[in-house]
Design a protein. Structure first.
Length: 109
């Protein structure tokens, strides 16, 4: 099983349309197990990237090579093997969970 990152997707298409169009595009290289469009939590709109899973690793490699840089709905696709997700520490935007730029709120003595 190979997980493929697909970036630079158009924002104007609905999630269902993006899913179907990407499935059709990747099926030209082999069977597609799943297409996951990443959406914004608040608005529910696509965020401009997705993941495509293909069981056949050779077909996935051919899809990556064949589709990277290809124009899709007026935009060049960024297609690559997906990297493992890194766990976030503390749930914040910065390492350690702090959002204060690492500064302490305690007074200096």
């Amino acid at each position: 099983m190979k997980n493929i990152f697909v970036g630079n997707l158009p924002f104007r298409l609905a999630e269902a349309d993006l899913t179907q169009n990407l499935r059709t595009l990747f099926e030209g290289f082999g069977a597609v197990d799943r297409v996951s469009i990443i959406t914004d939590r608040e608005t529910g709109k696509p965020r401009g990237f997705a993941f495509v899973e293909m069981a056949d690793e050779d077909a996935a490699e051919k899809a990556i090579a064949g589709l990277n840089g290809t124009e899709f709905e007026g935009r060049p696709l960024n297609v690559s093997e997906a990297r493992p997700r890194m766990d976030r520490e503390g749930g914040g935007r910065r390492p350690g969970g702090g959002s204060e730029g690492g500064r302490s709120r305690e007074p200096r003595w």
